[in-house]
Write a protein that binds this ligand. Structure first.
Ligand code: ROI
Length: 166
C-alpha cells in the first residue's frame, strides 16, 4: 500500500500498432501494475483507431491507465521507457512511425512539468481523440492543467474513427 499522504494520481497513455497491439497493451498494463511504488486505480477500454500522422502504417489500439504512485515524475517516465524497451520498442529515429508499444505520461497530479525529456501534460493531449475519450471513460470529472475541463476538450474533439473494442 502506498501512503495516502505522498502519492500522486497519474495517467498513462498506451498505444501500439504492431505485433498484436491489444495484447501489447494488456501485457504493459500487467507490467506497470506490478512495478514497485505504483498501484493501478483505473484502466479504460481498448480503442482501435487509424494512425495519426503517416497513414502507411497499421491501425493503432489505444487505452489510458490511471495509477497512484510515490515515484517522482521523471522516475516514472524512466520506468515507462523500460517497459517500452522490454516489449521490443526500437527507437529508429523515424518520427511518428509504427511501434510495438508507446507509453506516454499524460498527467501527473495537477502538475505542469517542463524539463528536457518530459512535458506534462503531454503535448497534444487536447487534440487526440484516442487520449481524450479513454481518459473520459475513467476520469470524467478531470480538469487538465493549462487546458481546462476534460468535458470541454471532448466537446471540441470529434470521435471520428475511434472504436471501442468489445
Ligand atoms: N496514432 C494513433 N491513432 N495512436 C497512437 O498512439 C499514435 N501514436 C503516435 C503517432 C505515430 C503520432 N500516431 C498515433 O506516436
Amino acid at each position: 500500500m502506498i501512503n495516502d499522504t505522498d502519492f500522486v494520481t497519474a495517467f498513462i497513455g498506451l498505444g501500439s500498432n504492431l505485433d498484436q497491439p491489444a495484447e501489447q497493451l494488456v501485457t504493459a498494463r500487467q507490467t506497470i501494475a506490478a512495478l514497485p511504488n505504483i498501484e493501478e486505480t483505473g484502466f479504460s477500454s481498448l480503442y482501435r483507431n487509424p494512425p495519426m500522422g503517416p497513414q502507411d502504417q497499421p491501425d493503432y489500439v489505444n487505452a489510458v491507465m490511471a495509477i497512484k504512485t510515490s515515484l517522482p515524475a521523471i522516475d516514472l517516465l524512466h520506468q515507462l521507457q523500460a517497459v517500452e524497451q522490454s516489449q521490443g520498442r526500437v527507437r529508429t529515429g523515424e518520427r511518428w512511425g509504427a511501434r510495438t508499444l508507446d507509453l506516454d505520461l499524460l498527467l501527473y497530479g495537477d502538475r505542469q512539468i517542463e524539463v528536457p525529456d518530459l512535458t506534462v501534460p503531454h503535448i497534444g493531449i487536447a487534440e487526440r481523440a484516442f487520449v481524450l475519450y479513454p481518459l473520459y471513460e475513467i476520469a470524467p470529472d478531470l480538469s487538465i492543467p493549462g487546458f481546462g475541463k476534460l468535458t470541454n476538450l471532448i466537446a471540441k474533439c470529434p470521435k471520428n474513427d475511434l472504436h471501442r473494442l468489445p
